[in-house]
Design a protein around this ligand. Structure first.
Ligand code: GRF
Length: 210
């Protein structure tokens, strides 16, 4: 029997949880050598918490406090405490709709990753698939990146392209991007769990062939 401690993930999300599901599937199938130690949401009735409970995982709601786009100080402290107590090695943002800064990123320096629905640095911020369609690009996609103090600015770990098709609606394009996300995010988290990704400044280096 392998008694080695498993790499522990803390997943944060506010929405339906399709990225969480893809990573949980990857863990269950053994493609992601990690376990989901805890799922935390700022939305009590979010799909992600429901999906986590259905999988028998620890799922916790923490009220975000008085702001709309970030956590207030008490909430930030509560998030830090629950994740520290859960002994997580990596924090995986999966549709978490609050900007994390300051103390949270100091405590978990270089241990927070996110997936964004565009080829960063193009179209940071909200509804990136709409931004891509409005701009008229022929390709967009998704990006897994480390989280730093900026918004969608941290070192890029992996990207996958998605073509913009003639007659695309925002909904159709978003759906195809989400399909790409559910392939890319487990691959990237798997590589991180295996210790195969090194960061050098803004560059990340994959030690395994992709
Ligand atoms: C994804 O499209 C991701 O790019 C963005 O938020 C969305 C979350 O969707 N960060 P889900 O909750 O994983 O289904």
């Amino acid at each position: 029997m392998n008694n080695e401690k498993k790499f522990r993930l803390g997943v944060l999300g506010s929405g339906k949880g399709s990225n969480f599901d893809a990573i949980a599937e990857g863990c269950a199938a053994g493609n992601v050598p990690a376990e989901i130690a805890i799922v935390v949401s700022d939305v009590a009735d979010s799909g992600i918490l429901q999906r986590a409970r259905e999988r028998g995982l620890r799922a916790e709601f923490i009220a975000p406090g008085k702001f709309r786009t970030k956590l207030d100080d008490d909430a930030e402290r509560a998030f830090i405490e629950i994740l520290e107590n859960a002994n997580v090695d990596l924090i995986v943002l999966a549709g978490f709709m609050r900007i994390l800064k300051g103390e949270f990123l100091r405590v978990f320096a270089n241990r927070v990753v996110n997936i964004h629905p565009s080829l960063l640095p193009a179209f940071p911020g909200l509804e990136s698939w709409k931004q891509a369609l409005d701009y008229g690009v022929k390709f967009t996609g998704c990006t897994v990146h480390f989280v730093d103090q900026g918004v969608d600015t941290g070192p890029i770990i992996a990207q996958q392209t998605v073509p913009v098709l003639a007659g695309d609606t925002p909904e159709r394009l978003h759906e195809r991007i989400q399909k790409a996300e559910s392939e890319l995010y487990p691959q990237a988290v798997g590589a991180l769990a295996r210790g195969e990704v090194q960061v050098q400044g803004r560059q990340t280096i994959w030690l395994s062939p992709r």
